[in-house]
Design a protein. Structure first.
Length: 162
């Protein structure tokens, strides 16, 4: 798995939030179910108008391992929030970016979980970098389309000082 170091500007997102947890691997069940529900409803994708979609881990509590997962899209700060949506700021900074291995859409949940595990447990400890402040997130662009035979996405992990 190849990891690149990239710098990006601050990005303002709006989206729909899900409260979940790492406890008992709830997130591995609840986040895929959340995406299925969003896909069936379609409102998030209509509002994004073909722009990339993000899945951001926000409000993480290390003691309880609970967090909020926000599925959203870039949105100008000056514009009003769409009804029922929550804002999220992805800070400017340096990030480790892992592009997942192309995989069939039905297997993407397992690929995403394995890729996050690799980024946190293998790459980060060996990299010389520290985990930075701010949300980690998934970025779904044109390479992630359910009608493609193989899909891929980017995982972005904020980095601190070396």
């Amino acid at each position: 798995m190849n990891v690149e170091i990239r710098t990006r500007p601050a990005t303002h997102l709006v989206g729909i939030a899900l409260k979940t947890s790492l406890r008992d691997e709830r997130n591995l069940r609840e986040i895929p179910a959340f995406w299925r529900q969003l896909s069936q409803d379609g409102a998030l994708f209509r509002l994004a108008e073909g722009a990339p979609i993000y899945g951001a881990v926000i409000e993480f509590d290390p003691s309880s391992r609970d967090f909020t997962y926000l599925a959203g899209f870039e949105h100008p700060v000056a514009q009003p929030l769409p009804q029922g949506m929550q804002p999220c700021e992805l800070p400017a900074g340096r990030y480790a970016v892992l592009t997942t291995t192309p995989t069939p859409p039905e297997n993407c949940g397992a690929e995403i979980a394995a890729s996050w595990f690799h980024l946190h447990r293998t790459w980060l400890p060996a990299s010389g970098y520290l985990r930075g402040a701010g949300p980690e997130f998934e970025r779904y662009d044109e390479r992630f389309h359910p009608q493609r035979a193989l899909v891929e996405l980017e995982l972005w992990l904020p980095l601190g000082e070396e």
